[in-house]
Design a protein around this ligand. Structure first.
Ligand code: TYM
Length: 330
């Protein structure tokens, strides 16, 4: 079992990233060989500021370590420090089909009406993501639900490459998605939109950097409905905001929504929200303190990334070479 996953170093890490991916990565470190990277090449697909990108890579590395990623056990690196990602991506661009990429919902969402003026990189983004995964012959890719289609595409690319070049080099990966609300944490302002770094409203998400008062304020102002909490999950149907808050609480406490409802049924949000804010503060405030300490020592962060990149280069070299040989380049 080999685990590979990445996060874009744009904006700050939020509760969706944490529950959907990072805290699950942390747990997987005990079970498998893990590689985690800052997807800085992917960050270039939308307008990015060069000076900001440099600091954000380091900042996101600090956020991952503060959340529990241990650079001594996991290989932690910046994607761009391992050129094999870009090199394999080119080979895979010649395998992936236009039709496959045209069906990617993330491209459609991000490009919106500006398809013609979107970067080509935004369109081929999922092929680079496939390279990230296939380069390490990863078996499991822990992600939030929004990335499922990209992992399925990586499977299709692997199968076609293997068939076209009569090889079993590339390992079709499994998306590994968390259960319950963790798979898709929704915005605090709109239960039909996912919590996201790019939402213009900061009140829509809880960031790792938010202080305790701000966390409590965001939960207090989170959109809900006037009904009390029901006895069972089925009765949350059609109450997207309520379901999201209950789901977040369940994920944070590592309990099922059923267990939680058994305890809170009949309660209104006036009572439930303070309990949720307390649970979030208990989760986030220790991570935030570690983050502050880690940020104070950029040289140590860079050293982790340098060591991680060296290991990732070693691990990826044989796959890249074999892929080049398979297509007839070497
Ligand atoms: P990114 O940077 O958008 O998000 C990082 C991880 O957080 C998950 N996530 C969520 N999970 C639940 N609820 C949410 N609201 C939420 N928002 C984000 C994402 O699913 C992801 O797991 N394309 C990827 C980065 C990437 C990658 C890869 C991932 C590049 N190469 C290879 C896996 C394997 C992305 O933009 O994630």
């Amino acid at each position: 079992m080999r685990v590979v996953s990445g996060i874009q170093p744009t904006g700050s890490l939020h509760l969706g990233n944490l529950l959907g991916a990072i805290l699950r990565w942390v747990r997987m470190q005990d079970e498998a060989e893990c590689l985690f990277f800052l997807a800085d090449l992917h960050a270039l697909t939308v307008n990015s500021d060069p000076a900001q990108l440099r600091t954000q890579v380091r900042d996101m590395a600090a956020a991952l370590i503060a959340s529990g990623i241990d650079p001594a056990r996991s290989t932690l690196f910046a994607q761009s420090a391992v050129p094999a990602h870009s090199e394999l991506a080119w080979l895979l661009q010649c395998t992936a089909r236009m039709g496959w990429l045209s069906r990617m919902t993330q491209f459609k969402d991000k490009a919106g009406k500006n398809r013609e003026s979107s970067s080509v990189g935004l369109f081929t983004y999922p092929v680079l993501q496939a390279a990230d995964i296939l380069l390490y012959r990863a078996s499991h890719v822990p992600v939030g639900e929004d990335q499922k289609q990209h992992i399925e595409l990586a499977r299709d690319i692997a199968v076609k490459f293997n068939t076209d070049f009569d090889t079993d080099l590339l390992v079709p990966p499994e998306p590994f998605i968390g259960g319950g609300a963790a798979a898709r944490v929704m915005s605090l302002r709109d239960g039909s939109a996912k919590m996201s770094k790019s939402d213009p409203s900061d009140m829509s998400r809880i960031n790792l950097t938010d202080d305790n008062d701000l966390i409590a304020q965001k939960i207090r102002k989170a959109r809900t409905d006037p009904e009390p909490l029901p006895e069972n999950v089925a009765l949350l149907e059609g109450r997207a905001e309520a379901r999201n808050l209950v789901g977040i609480m369940a994920a944070v406490q590592g309990r099922s929504v059923e267990q939680l409802l058994a305890e809170h049924a009949g309660q209104g949000f006036g009572a439930f929200k303070p309990a949720l804010a307390d649970a979030l503060v208990a989760l986030i405030s220790p991570i935030r303190s570690r983050l502050q300490q880690l940020r104070a020592d950029p040289a140590a962060l860079d050293a982790h990334l340098v060591a991680g990149a060296e290991r990732a280069r070693e691990l990826s070299a044989p796959t890249l070479l074999a892929a080049q040989q398979a297509v007839g380049l070497r």
